[in-house]
Design a protein around this ligand. Structure first.
Ligand code: ADP
Length: 347
């Protein structure tokens, strides 16, 4: 593509000293993204060929509103011309494209507008999400059938030779079941199909309920469960989601804490927020892993975690559930154990 695909014509309003400057055009054409320079009235005084291609027409001399019909982009441009840098993700109504717009103030009352076309990556993301949701949905029926058959065979006094194999099938199919159901939950969360219903609730009964759900698992490993929860702390949250978060965190705490250890659930009123923490006396997590364990399938200790039968999705689900209701999650961990926390808005 030639560097100067077209000459910069003067805008129809105020005389643009910079617009006729060829170096401005050279700079814009060198941009790897669609970009333009705006002046008062959100009018383009210069733009590169990629911007014209994206907006299907010549942009110089036209306003942002004329070129894009997007009130939101016009608003971002106006704010940048007023001296405020803006970064927004929005849809261009005429083109039906999703773009990330970055509008930055320039000297002499001008602004630089750079767009990044996100349409293809959004579409690919939707295809990926739909595929995972469909595949995990389809897998549920055969997985349930195999689990049922393995249970039945185990109950039929199988031969000593067959028993270990049947037990292995039952164990692995249970793991596959957890994986498919976690994948389904995660894709529902990512696509906004997990309806979040916010309300004002006392947190204590939910904490007690979550502890009850994991009590049996703790008992098997001889782990002492403790709870220090203030009775009157209220949060604005989706209780079903909070319970799921706490069960996932408690499950992990029990899974990674050696026999005879201790797992404790604590609450802390912190002004505008309530912090619920799950403490364990497990092996802790090295600092280099702590930021990444909330990613899908990331395991701090791959071998052991896989052997323990986890799906590798528990903390990714925790993070999504927290974000969906305006909460935050995090971890602090050292040699003596870990503290996973969730910070919920208080009421
Ligand atoms: P998994 O199914 O593997 O447990 P998660 O997403 O729940 O998947 O956790 C991700 C990783 O974080 C785990 O594989 C493990 O390495 C680490 N982890 C999570 N909770 C703890 C904990 N309480 N103590 C030590 N490591 C933990």
């Amino acid at each position: 593509m030639p560097l100067f695909r077209r000459a910069v014509s003067p805008p129809q309003t105020a005389a643009p000293a910079v617009a006729t400057d060829p170096s401005l055009q050279v700079i814009l054409e060198a941009f790897p993204q669609p970009a333009g320079v705006l002046e008062m009235g959100c009018r383009f005084v210069a733009s590169n060929a990629m911007l014209d291609d994206l907006l299907h027409g010549r942009t110089v001399g036209r306003s942002v509103l004329q070129a894009t019909r997007s009130d939101e982009l016009n608003d971002a441009a106006a704010r940048a011309l007023g001296g405020w840098a803006e970064r927004r993700e929005l849809t261009l109504p005429a083109e039906g494209k999703t773009v990330q717009a970055v509008a930055s103030p320039l000297p002499h009352g001008r602004a630089l507008l750079v767009l990044r076309d996100l349409t293809a990556s959004k579409r690919a993301e939707t295809v990926r999400r739909d595929f995972i949701a469909n595949a995990s949905h389809e897998l549920r029926t055969p997985v349930a059938a195999i689990a049922g058959a393995a249970e039945t065979l185990l109950g039929m006094q199988a031969s000593e030779e067959a028993k270990p194999f049947l037990e292995m099938i039952a164990r692995q199919v249970a793991r596959l079941g957890r994986l498919t159901s976690d994948l389904l939950d995660l894709s529902r969360l990512e696509s906004g199909q997990w309806p979040i219903e916010l309300g004002t609730y006392e947190i204590a009964p939910t904490c007690a309920g979550a502890l009850e759900l994991v009590r049996e698992r703790a008992k098997v490993k001889n782990i002492v469960l403790g709870m220090d929860v203030a009775p009157d702390l209220c949060v604005r949250a989706d209780l079903r989601a909070v319970e799921q978060i706490l069960v996932n965190l408690l499950d992990n705490a029990i899974k990674y804490t050696p026999e005879g250890g201790r797992v404790t659930l604590l609450t802390d009123g912190a002004g505008t927020h309530v912090i619920v923490s799950v403490l364990d006396t497990g092996p802790g997590i090295e600092p280099r892993h702590q930021q990444r364990i909330f990613e899908r399938f990331y395991r701090a200790d791959g071998g052991r975690a896989r052997a323990d039968g986890g799906s590798g999705l528990g903390l990714a689900i925790v993070k999504h559930l927290a974000q969906a209701q305006g909460a935050e999650v995090g971890v602090e961990s050292g040699r003596g154990g870990s503290r996973f926390w969730v910070r919920l808005p208080a009421t």
